[in-house]
Design a protein around this ligand. Sequence first.
Ligand code: ZN
Length: 508
Amino acid sequence: MSGQRQPRMNDDLKALRDRLGTVSDLSSAANVLSWDQETYMPDGATAARAQQLATLRRLAHELFTAEETAVLLDRLSGTAGQSDDTTPEGALVRVTRRDFERERRIPSNLVAALAQESALAQQAWKKARHSNAHGSFASHLERLLDLTVQKAEAIGFDEHPYDALLDEYEPGMRTREVKAVFGDLRERLVPLVSQIAEGSQVDDGFLHRPYERSTQWEFGLAVLRDVGYDFERGRQDVSAHPFTTSFAISDVRITTRLDENFFPAGFFASLHEAGHALYEQGIDPEFDRTPLADGTSLGIHESQSRLWENMVGRSRPFWDHYFPRLRTVFPDALSDVDVEDFYRALNRVEPSLIRVEADEVTYNLHIMLRFEIELLLIEGGVSVPELPDVWNAKMEECMGLLPDSDAHGVLQDVHWSFAAFGYFPTYTLGNLMSAQLFNQAQHDVPNLTAQIAGGRFEELLRWLRRNVHRHGRARSAHEIMESTTGSTLSAEPWLAYVREKWGEIYDF
Ligand code: ZN
């Protein structure tokens, strides 16, 4: 590098960071408003809040996609910024350019049309679900689908239009790769589900007894503290749909919802969201106010929530530690229950119609069904009016159950009403990655099982911080999986986990 280019590069880098910092501040302010909307905002403020959010999001988008950003990125490319991709500066330029190219390829009238149609479609979806009539949502979905195909074409793709959509949530992943992994998974998962169905069913009746709300809340908070969620840099509130949101690395919020008559609902929602939040709280503080301060893909993000929720939270050693305390605070519900009954009840498997209520084993079948249908929709292999029939046929085929209504079938998820095609597969990718990562953690952290049985999680968290969290978006999902586990995405570790855990519970 020449002596003259270095100072200018530093100036350019500083200018880029300033610009990205402002974009980040605007987005974070919008996130605070969204969080407030879901937690404390009075209903009367809906229209005013929509206006405020639209203003902040538009300003952030305009600033980010402005010509000045392009000039800075061009000047920084080819200098040390890009040639040395392993430095934080190099990663910043690469990730910013990626986001920039993607956003700039989508014409602003298409962005506006998608935003407007989504807002209308979400309203229509709520009504359609309530009145159980897919027909009233169909015309909205057709328009969204049409705009989504236009978006995929604007972004561009080599192999399949779905690649362009998937790339938004799982950067670098191809449709063909998902098909291959899901095909393999399905072939071996379906017989496992049948074997489980043949075993004698686990009793979980005591999970549906009354569990007083405030006691649930306190118990959950204590566990969140134990796993390392930092309440100095976050807090938990209640919302209708649990979520995690970040305003800064020093402020990552979670929400949960409690069900007085089903203990696992609130507890595992908390632990799941805490898994997401530990990831965001663990990102290198140097990345704050830049595009690097985020999860690298939704799959990796979900791997963190599922690792804490399932691999840790639904394990026997975890409840060996926590069950005595739980029984002490809920004597009426649990005095006649032992830890073994409790562990098995938490892991009861039963095919069901609703994705968000599904157990760990059958959950991925719900996702594969949605992935297959999304491909058909994007390829034009099925029309929107045919959707309920296609859904029901596939549900019967993979789950052995026929939905009694569209509300419990094709209308159950919000995703399509905001045109989030390509999102669903990341849930299963996250499940598979969580098993791969947890296997590696068990290999790298001596006595991990004993530590969990002792309620000690610092070493596991340190391991996750080092291998996954701190990198933010500076490392891709693929790089994280390879550098941490030595292998690429695979269904085998998750399948082995299922065979071992449920083979014991259901005796096969
Ligand atoms: Zn999640």
